[in-house]
Design a protein around this ligand. Structure first.
Ligand SMILES: Cc1cc2nc3c(=O)[nH]c(=O)nc-3n(C[C@H](O)[C@H](O)[C@H](O)COP(=O)(O)O)c2cc1C
Ligand code: SF4
Ligand code: SF4
Length: 257
């Protein structure tokens, strides 16, 4: 079974394509994560877990979910990351979680996809051609990875250097504390109170006051699902997102037709 979480469609696309090629099911974990529903998941086929990379790791809420949920049946697990190009220690941490569950880690790979972190101004916006190229490249790599999984082969993964661990392990919590604030989120007059932002939030960090969304406390992973999925682009993050293009993979799927 292919399990995934996806905020803007990159991971969902890879997960569903893999499931198709493996003639297996895919399961979106959004509602289970939202509801803290740790009902066991059974699969006779290999587990394939697909996640985006957040600050050089897998999303913390996904790691927490995976630690708690019972996976029964097949004992082998492959990990698939989608990222903007750097997975950091994601694979190392995934391996630790899987081994702790008494399961067999069969390796991981990374698909370099368009970066969706719109509330971060460290990187310039990608040109459309680069977005298109990344999607096409990924579509060409998926069958090769599906073949490895089908044949039960280990996926070879790159060595993670000690210095990467030394830099990344403290960098992640510092970034989260300083840069992942909810306060800058706001809605403008375009908001039509449809409720979609609330429904797509994996952490239930959005509630409604007078028909408009408000972001609560510290419980937000900056996954970008709310801001990117708003149908009328009514959500902004301080002055970082104004004038910035919103990203959802489905807007670019024309390149694969
Ligand atoms: C909070 C956050 C942190 C991110 N950190 C990284 C990172 O460290 N390295 C990287 O290559 N991409 C990073 N990205 C980009 C995403 O991993 C990438 O766009 C991913 O494919 C999004 O998947 P999705 O569309 O399934 O949500 C980050 C995105 C977000 C929202
Ligand atoms: S998704 Fe957009 S339009 Fe809908 S309630 Fe949220 S902010 Fe308003
Ligand atoms: S509030 Fe928005 S960015 Fe934060 S976790 Fe929820 S959907 Fe993601």
């Amino acid at each position: 079974m292919v399990l995934y979480f996806s905020a803007t469609g990159n991971t969902e696309y890879v997960a569903k394509e893999l499931a198709k090629l493996l003639e297996d099911e895919s399961l979106d974990l959004l509602n289970r994560i939202r509801d803290k529903d740790y009902t066991g998941i059974h699969s006779d086929k290999t587990f394939v877990i697909c996640a985006p990379v957040y600050v050089c790791e897998m999303p913390k809420f996904m790691a927490e979910y995976l630690k708690k949920v019972e996976l029964t049946g097949n004992r082998e697990v492959y990990f698939i990351f989608t990222s903007g190009g750097y997975t950091g220690i994601g694979g190392v941490l995934a391996k630790g979680i899987i081994r702790k569950k008494g399961m067999i880690f069969k390796g991981y790979t990374e698909f370099k996809m368009p970066r969706n972190y719109i509330a971060n101004n460290t990187y310039p916006e990608l040109p459309i051609e680069e977005i298109e190229n990344r999607i096409v490249n990924v579509s060409q790599k998926i069958p090769q990875i599906a073949e490895y999984i089908k044949n039960g082969e280990r996926i070879k993964y790159r060595y993670v250097w000690l210095f990467e661990k030394i830099i990344t392990i403290p960098f992640n919590p510092v970034w989260i504390k300083i840069r992942q604030q909810v306060k800058p989120f706001y809605v403008n007059d375009k908001c039509m109170s449809c409720g979609k932002c609330e429904k797509v939030c994996p952490l239930k960090a959005i509630s409604f006051e007078d028909g408009k969304p408000v972001w609560n406390g510290t419980n937000c992973a900056h996954c970008m699902s709310c801001i990117q999925n708003c149908p009328v682009e009514a959500i902004e993050y301080g002055n970082i997102t104004q004038e910035k293009r919103r990203y959802l993979l489905k807007k670019y799927m024309y390149v694969l037709k």
